[in-house]
Write a protein that binds this ligand. Structure first.
Ligand code: HSE
Length: 444
C-alpha cells in the first residue's frame, strides 16, 4: 500500500531529494547502505525518495564497492551541481571542508554534517550562509553519535531554560578511564592496550587531550544557552595526567574518575549571567548515574528549569550509530523541502559572555601524604582559609609517621583552589600531593 501525501502525490511519485555525500569511510558507507536498503521506508517518512546522486572521495579507485558513476574526487564541483539538493559531509576537519560547505549553502543546498571541529569554530558563518539562501543546517551526528541530543536542545527544550549540560561525550577517554578503574593500571599502559584493541585511534591526541570533547562542549553550550561559544572558549584538560593514584584515591572514597564536558549557566551575585564551558577529569560518586557509563558509551545530563533532570545515553561513535543520526537529519531536510519551511536557525539571542575558568565555581578533592604530628592539619587548613576556600570534609588515615589526608572543599573560584593547592604543595609538612581532582555530583 502506498502512502499518499497531503498534496495527493504518493512519496515515490514525487521528485527525489538528491543527496551528495562527501567522504565515504566508516559512517559514509553505512549512510550509503541504509539509503539503499531502507529506500522505501525513507521515502514514506520523508515524503519523497531520498536518492544518492554523488559521492566525493579522495581516491575513487579505492572504492570498488560503490557505483562508479556516483564517484568523484572533486568535492568542490559536486556540492554546487544543479542536480544536488542536500550535501552530507562526513570528511571532518576544518579546511577544505569549510569552503565546500559554504559554497553548498550559498548555492541553496541544505547541509547535514557530523563535523564537530568545524561547527565548534565556524557555526556562525555557516548559519549566516544558510540563512542567506534559505537552506537548512543540521548536525545531530556531530555530538554523541547516535544519541538524539542536539534536536532536543534545539527544538524540544526551546521553551525551557536550560541551566546545565554535563556528560561523557568522548568514548575513547571513557574506555581508558573505565579500564584504569577496573584494573588499577596506569594511563600509558591502558592507552597502549586501547590502541591495540582498536578503541583508540592511531593518533589519539584529539581524544585524550580533550579537543574532541571541547568541540562538543562548545556546540552543546551554544545550543543550550542561545549564545555563541567556540572551542577556544572551552577550558580543556585531557586525561594524560590522570594516574593510577587518582583512581585509587577515588576508589577508597567510593568514587571514580570521568572526563566530563560541563556547560553551565552561572549567575553572579548581581544577577548577571554567563556561561561556563569546560572539559576536564572529574571525581564523581560511584552512585552517580554517569559513573555507571562505562566503555565507549556516551551519556549526557541536561537540567532545565521546567523539565528538571533529563539523561541521554547511547552509542557515541561508530558507523551505524552515527549514520542513524545522519539519516534522521536527512529525513528532516527532505520533509522541509517536500512540505516547505525550514529547520531551526541559529539561536544566539542571549549572547551570554563566557566566564573564564579561574572565576568558575568548582570543588576540589585533594589527597595528601603529610607528616603525622601536632599542628599539621592546622597548617593545611590555614592554606585553604588564606585563599577563602571553605572545607566541606576532611578525612585522615595514619600509617607509621605519615598520615594520608583527604580534603574536599565547598564551591570556590577555580583560581583560588589552584592557588591553595600550589601553596599546600610547598609546605614542609606535606610529603606528597597524591591527587588533585575536581568533584561533581555531591552535596555542596
Ligand atoms: N572520537 C570520538 C570518541 C568519536 O572517542 O568518542 C567521534 O566523536
Amino acid at each position: 500500500m502506498s502512502t499518499v501525501s497531503p498534496k495527493g502525490l504518493s512519496p515515490t511519485d514525487r521528485a527525489p531529494i538528491r543527496v551528495a555525500m562527501l567522504g565515504c569511510g566508516t559512517v559514509g558507507s553505512e549512510v550509503a547502505r541504509l539509503l539503499t536498503e531502507q529506500a522505501t521506508e525513507l521515502a514514506a517518512r520523508a515524503g519523497a525518495p531520498v536518492e544518492l546522486v554523488g559521492i566525493a572521495v579522495r581516491r575513487p579507485d579505492k572504492h570498488p564497492e560503490l557505483p562508479a558513476e556516483l564517484l568523484t574526487d572533486d568535492a568542490a564541483a559536486l556540492v554546487v551541481r544543479d542536480d544536488v539538493d542536500v550535501v552530507v559531509e562526513l570528511v571532518g576537519g576544518i579546511d577544505p571542508v569549510r569552503s565546500w560547505l559554504l559554497a553548498a549553502l550559498n548555492a541553496g543546498k541544505s547541509v547535514v554534517t557530523a563535523n564537530k571541529a568545524l561547527l565548534a569554530e565556524h557555526s556562525a558563518e555557516l548559519f549566516e550562509a544558510a540563512d542567506a539562501s534559505g537552506a537548512d543546517l543540521y548536525f545531530e551526528a556531530a555530538v554523541a553519535g547516535a544519541i538524539p541530543l542536539l534536536r532536543p536542545l534545539r527544538e524540544s527544550l526551546a521553551g525551557d531554560r536550560i541551566t546545565r549540560v554535563m556528560g561523557i561525550v568522548n568514548g575513547t577517554t571513557n574506555y581508558i578511564l573505565s579500564a584504569m578503574d577496573a584494573t588499577g593500571a596506569g594511563y600509558a599502559e591502558t592507552l597502549d592496550e586501547a590502541s591495540r584493541l582498536g578503541y583508540a585511534e592511531a593518533d589519539p591526541t584529539a581524544d585524550v587531550d580533550g579537543y574532541d570533547a571541547a568541540s562538543k562542549a562548545a556546540i552543546l553550550a551554544s545550543l543550550a544557552f542561545h549564545s555563541r561559544v567556540t572551542a577556544k572558549d572551552v577550558h580543556r584538560e585531557g586525561i594524560a595526567d590522570v594516574t593510577a593514584s587518582d583512581l585509587a584515591a577515588a576508589r577508597t572514597l567510593g568514587r571514580t574518575v570521568k572526563l566530563l564536558a560541563i556547560c553551565e549557566r552561572v549567575t553572579a551575585d548581581d544577577g548577571t549571567e554567563s556561561v561556563s564551558a569546560r572539559v576536564h577529569p572529574v571525581m564523581i560518586p560511584r552512585s552517580h548515574q554517569l559513573a555507571g557509563v562505562s566503555g565507549a558509551f556516551n551519556a549526557v545530563y541536561v537540567e532545565a528549569d521546567a523539565a528538571g533532570e533529563l539523561m541521554f545515553y547511547g552509542q557515541g561513535a561508530g558507523g551505524a550509530p552515527t549514520a542513524s543520526a545522519v539519516l534522521g537529519d536527512l529525513v528532516a531536510v527532505a520533509r522541509n523541502q517536500v512540505h516547505g519551511g525550514r529547520g531551526p536557525r541559529e539561536s544566539a539571542h542571549a549572547a551570554l559572555p563566557v566566564r573564564p575558568m579561574g572565576q568558575t565555581p568548582t570543588r576540589y578533592h585533594v589527597s595528601l601524604d603529610v607528616a603525622d604530628r601536632a599542628g599539621v592539619l592546622a597548617q593545611v587548613a590555614q592554606a585553604f582559609a588564606a585563599h577563602g576556600v571553605s572545607i566541606a570534609a576532611v578525612r585522615q588515615r595514619d600509617a607509621n609517621d605519615t598520615a594520608s589526608l583527604v580534603v574536599v572543599t565547598h564551591l570556590a573560584p577555580d583560581a583560588a583552589l589552584q592557588s591553595t593547592v600550589d601553596e599546600i604543595a610547598k609546605l614542609d609538612v606535606v610529603h606528597e600531593v597524591v591527587s588533585v581532582m575536581r568533584v561533581e555530583g555531591e552535596d555542596q
